[in-house]
Design a protein around this ligand. Structure first.
Ligand SMILES: [Zn+2]
Length: 389
């Protein structure tokens, strides 16, 4: 049976609706956990196509699941749809949501014959809230055999690693006083924050390659003639592997304690965002996706790159074999810029979302129809986990 040809015909029959979906979400950007319009659009199309839709899963108003089929294998197609403050869809998540829904629509009429299940998961707030981490913890991947999505980019790339990330906020507390009249009565909380930055900079020299520590001072006092009684800094701490990151974060927390000691301040810290794990790309699944891209006449496909950013897809890749490939929506684009937002609603962007939908659906067919592929994926997943990556 020529499943792939029929699936492309089905996706093309839905092309106008899918492009409109990507465009409407792109032109109506919503921030993480507030993606009400996007979820309503994505889920109503899935519901019409016969999927059993549940909105508000894992205690998140804008997370959803949409299930069609029966039994295993159960393949998850992940949707993202959150935007960035001021810049709108400058990471192209409108295209991600539309592509995964497009793949699901392409597969829907054939699921009876193909066997197995597809689960479209709506994963909110990738940028700031790590919705996928919450879904992983709530068990939404327990019955899943593989998870996939695509991400828009400036290049075609099958596999990229990402950094594990911890997000810490440090609050230093001192004592206010007139900064000229009686500074000896005060304890300067901003000094604590500055000592933290200096200590982190000293630590930097002795950290392994690939580690990134970057922070801001989010509160540093209110007036130059008042000794700041409160100062706050936020840091992202990243490393290529979760195991490595644990030790580095511990060192940064030690620096914070030292900074408090030498400035006579008190320090407390909290994780202001959920941490994410580094991505373990599933090679056999990524290569299957690559072969499908070639079938769709996509050329210039790079196989592997080391990524410096972080994504909650990393946590998904820890519980099931997963891929997060990239497709170019324009040469030289840089994510999180106004140019990228423009490309995300361009003709080229919409066309790439359709190609991504086809390649994702083809790859689902590969997994559903090849027990050997599924077995190879599982073996690689276990090998990666056991090797401590
Ligand atoms: Zn993104």
């Amino acid at each position: 049976m020529n499943w792939k040809g029929q699936i492309s015909a089905e996706i093309n029959a839905n092309r106008a609706a899918l492009e409109q979906l990507a465009l409407t979400i792109g032109e109506n950007p919503e921030l993480g956990f507030e993606e009400v319009k996007a979820v309503s659009l994505l889920t109503s199309i899935l519901q019409e196509a016969g999927f059993a839709v549940t909105r508000g899963i894992a205690g998140l108003d804008t997370a959803f699941s949409a299930v069609l089929g029966k039994g295993q294998p159960n393949i998850a197609l992940l949707c993202e749809y959150d935007a960035l403050p001021e810049l709108g869809h400058a990471c192209g998540h409108n295209l991600i949501g539309a592509a995964s829904v497009g793949a699901a629509l392409g597969l829907a009429p054939f699921m009876d014959k193909l066997g197995g299940t597809i689960t479209v998961l709506g994963t909110p707030a990738e940028e700031t809230g790590s919705g996928k981490v919450i879904l992983v913890r709530a068990g939404f991947f327990d019955q899943i055999d593989a998870a996939m999505m695509f991400h828009p980019s400036s290049e075609n790339l099958l596999m990229a690693t990402s950094n594990a990330l911890d997000a810490y906020e440090f609050e230093f507390v001192g004592k206010a006083a007139h900064a000229a009249d009686c500074p000896e009565e005060g304890i300067n909380a901003l000094d604590g924050v500055i000592a933290l930055f200096n200590g982190v900079n000293a630590l930097r020299e002795h950290l392994p390659d690939g580690v990134r520590i970057h922070g801001i001072i989010s509160e540093g006092g209110t007036a130059a003639n008042i000794v700041p009684a409160r100062a706050v800094a936020r840091f992202y701490i990243r490393a290529p592997r979760r195991q490595l990151l644990g030790g580095i974060t511990a060192k940064v927390l030690n620096v914070a304690q030292g900074a408090a000691m030498i400035t006579r301040t008190q320090v407390e810290w909290n994780e202001f965002e959920l941490g994410t794990d580094n991505m373990l790309p599933c090679h056999p699944l990524a290569l299957a996706f690559g072969a499908n891209l070639q079938r769709l006449k996509v050329t210039d496909i790079a196989e592997f790159a080391e990524g410096r950013g972080s994504s909650d897809m990393g946590n998904v890749s820890r519980v099931v074999p997963a891929i997060h490939p990239y497709l170019s929506i324009g040469d030289g684009l840089v994510a999180h810029t106004p140019e990228f937002a423009k490309a995300s609603v361009s003709e080229k962007g919409l066309q790439v979302a359709i190609t991504a939908a086809e390649a994702l659906a083809y790859t689902v067919v590969d997994v559903l129809t090849s027990p050997l592929l599924l077995k190879t994926m599982r073996e690689e997943y276990i090998r990666q986990k056991e090797s401590g990556l």
